[in-house]
Design a protein. Structure first.
Length: 334
C-alpha cells in the first residue's frame, strides 16, 4: 500500500472567533484532503480493505495532533481559548466513500466533519461545476446527503454544478454550505456561484465562504482589497449578514504536478481546455496571491478593510468567523 496520498493535501483558512473576542487572529485552518481514493486490490477477499488508504491518512493526522482536531463546538472553543490552530478534517470529493454509504459513518467517527459532494467533474453523487450538462443530484447522492445529515457532517457544494447544489439544498435536512467560492456576477468564473444557488444556501441556513483565491476574483492577483469589500457588500445585500463568511481557498507549497493532477484526475492525460487556468501549455503554476492576502497572517487586513467600509463590529465579527462558529455548533454539536 502506498504511504502517500494519491493527490495530496491542501487547505483553506477561515477566520473564526479568536481568544478574548479579538477579530484579527486565525484560530482554525480547514484541512481539505484532496482526491483520497481507496486503493483497490485484485486479491480475493480484499474488498473490505479498500477504504484503508484514505482512512490511514485521517487516522495519522488525528494521532499527530489530537488536541488540534475540531470535531465539535467544544473543540473549537478550546482551540480559541488556547490560541491554537484548529484542524477541521474535510474531503473535497466523495470519492473516499467508494460508493459505499457505510463509510460515511466510519469517517465521521474518525473525525471528518465537512465533505464536498463533487470536485470539478461528474461522480456518482452529482455533477461538478465544469460539467457541460448538470443532471443534478443522483439517487445515491440524495441518500448520501441524508446519511451525512444523520452523522453530523456538513455538506459542501463549492465545486458542484448549480443544479447539483440546488438539489442538495432541497434534500438536506441541515444547512448546506459553500466553503470557498464567490458570486458569479462579481467575477464570471465557472467555479463561482449563481445568485439562485447562494439564496437557496442562505434560505436553508447555510453560509457562503468568500474566497481570496485570485482565480476567483475579477482581476486575479491585481484585485484590490476595496474590490473584495465590494464582493462582501454585494453578498450581504443578496443573502443577509448571517450567511456570509470567509473561505479563502488559500494554498501554499503545492508542486505544479499536483495542481495539474487536480484537473486531470485519472480520466485525462492533459488538462481539458475549459479547466485550463492559463491557456494551452499551462505548467500547473497557480496564479499569484493578491498583495493584501498572501497568507492567513493577513486576515487583519480584511478585518480593517471591512471596518473602513462601514461594517459595525458585530457584522465584522460575524463575517470574520462568528457565523461559522454558530453553524458548526449547530451541525457538529456543542
Amino acid at each position: 500500500m502506498s504511504s502517500t496520498p494519491e493527490r495530496g493535501l491542501s487547505g483553506t483558512s477561515i477566520g473564526l472567533r479568536a481568544r478574548r473576542g479579538t477579530l484579527n487572529r486565525v484560530v482554525c485552518f480547514v484541512l481539505l484532503v484532496l482526491f483520497l481514493r481507496p486503493v483497490r486490490s485484485t486479491l480475493p477477499g480484499a474488498g473490505e480493505q479498500s477504504f484503508a488508504h484514505p482512512a490511514e491518512w485521517v487516522v495519522r493526522i488525528v494521532r499527530r495532533a489530537p488536541r488540534s482536531v475540531v470535531k465539535n463546538g467544544s473543540d473549537l472553543q478550546r482551540a480559541a481559548d488556547n490560541g491554537m490552530v484548529g484542524v477541521l478534517l474535510s474531503f473535497q470529493n466523495t470519492s473516499a466513500f467508494d460508493d459505499d454509504i457505510r463509510f460515511v459513518r466510519l469517517y465521521s467517527e474518525l473525525g471528518v466533519r465537512v465533505v464536498q459532494l463533487t470536485y470539478n467533474t461528474q461522480n456518482s453523487v452529482g455533477a461538478g461545476c465544469y460539467e457541460a450538462n448538470d443532471s443534478g443530484l443522483t439517487e445515491y447522492g440524495a441518500l448520501l446527503v441524508r446519511e451525512m445529515n444523520d452523522c453530523g457532517m456538513l455538506i459542501d457544494v463549492s465545486h458542484c454544478g448549480d443544479k447539483t447544489a440546488l438539489d442538495a439544498v432541497a434534500v438536506s435536512r441541515t444547512p448546506v454550505v459553500i466553503t470557498h467560492a464567490n458570486l458569479r456576477k462579481f467575477a464570471d468564473k465557472t467555479r463561482n456561484k449563481s445568485d439562485d444557488v447562494c439564496r437557496a444556501i442562505a434560505d436553508n441556513g447555510g453560509i457562503i465562504g468568500l474566497a481570496t483565491y485570485s482565480n476567483l476574483l475579477p482581476r486575479g492577483g491585481d484585485t484590490s482589497i476595496e474590490e473584495f469589500c465590494d464582493l462582501v457588500e454585494a453578498t450581504v445585500d443578496l443573502v443577509g449578514i448571517d450567511h456570509v463568511g470567509l473561505g479563502t481557498d488559500y494554498y501554499d507549497g503545492m508542486p505544479p504536478e499536483m495542481v495539474i493532477g487536480w484537473t486531470t484526475g485519472r480520466w485525462s492525460r492533459t488538462v481539458p481546455a475549459h479547466m485550463d487556468l492559463a491557456g494551452a501549455g499551462w505548467n500547473g503554476e497557480l496564479p499569484p496571491h493578491t498583495d493584501w492576502f498572501k497568507s492567513p497572517r493577513d486576515m487583519p487586513n480584511v478585518t480593517r478593510a471591512l471596518q473602513l467600509r462601514g461594517f459595525d463590529d458585530k457584522s465584522v465579527a460575524a463575517i470574520m468567523g462568528g457565523n461559522w462558529v454558530r453553524l458548526m455548533n449547530d451541525v457538529f454539536g456543542a
